[in-house]
Design a protein around this ligand. Sequence first.
Ligand code: BJW
Length: 232
Amino acid sequence: MSGLHNIVILTGAGISAESGLRTFRADDGLWEDHRVEDVATPQAFRRDPELVQRFYDARRENVLAAEPNAAHRALARLDREFSGELLIVTQNIDDLHERAGARHVLHMHGEALSALCLACDARHRWTGTLLGAPGCPACGEPAMRPDIVWFGEMPYEMDRIFAALTRADLFVSIGTSGAVYPAAGFVQQAKSARARTLELNLERSQGSAWFDQTRLGPASELVPAWVEEMLR
Ligand code: BJW
């Protein structure tokens, strides 16, 4: 495996598109039905909690109905078989990496199947609805919100992510448009740590010029082919 010891993989909505989960910024994307400021900010939640809960209740149902595709399965295989350190940092709120069998996954933008209590900060696995303000299983308060990182909020696990980027000798970005920070800046951090950088995407991302190599096509084809090369 050409002397690699530390791989960091960033995934975005594009890796789950072929599992039937819509991306954000495509013509038929999630933001087509909703203005981002109406559903993905803390201000939106304060202004119209029912709209936001309904949006994420529907997303949670879609996640539960979706299945991992060949790209998730290939990354899970790499996670199992790579002898060095590997970290999958996903911006996605679905659990398809885990359901494909990946073990080293960080959800920097939160998880659809988790709820966060605004009264006591407890996080609970949540597969039902949040509309109707159910009580928190820990403190009983009807103060549960989707455990999602909205615009203006600090993404999860940033310390572990930055530490991994500093050690990385390969950084791979899969199915993300590079429109949202801090994730969009990871390629530059990896490059300053002298990592090689590879982009796998349907079309070039906004930060495409930062990558040493770009391969264009659907994730379900590109990712298994790349993993095969890595494990050869
Ligand atoms: C395929 C495919 C197939 C399709 N195969 N590929 C100005 C400059 C810099 C920063 C800012 C700024 N103004 C404001 C900010 C900060 C802000 C930000 O980035 N705003 C931008 C609009 C500029 N960021 C934040 O507020 C973040 N917090 C923050 O910065 O805290 C401070 C901080 C400081 C320093 C260090 C650390 C922190 C929080 C961002 C939260 C983002 N939340 C969302 C929604 C919540 C989750 C949810 O509802 O699901 O997360 S936004 C949305 O975008 C979602 C996604 O995770 C995220 C990224 O989208 P993604 O995955 O790239 O999807 P798309 O649709 O954009 O792209 C899909 C791609 O797939 C495309 O490229 C297709 O080609 C490809 N594709 N089919 C392969 N089959």
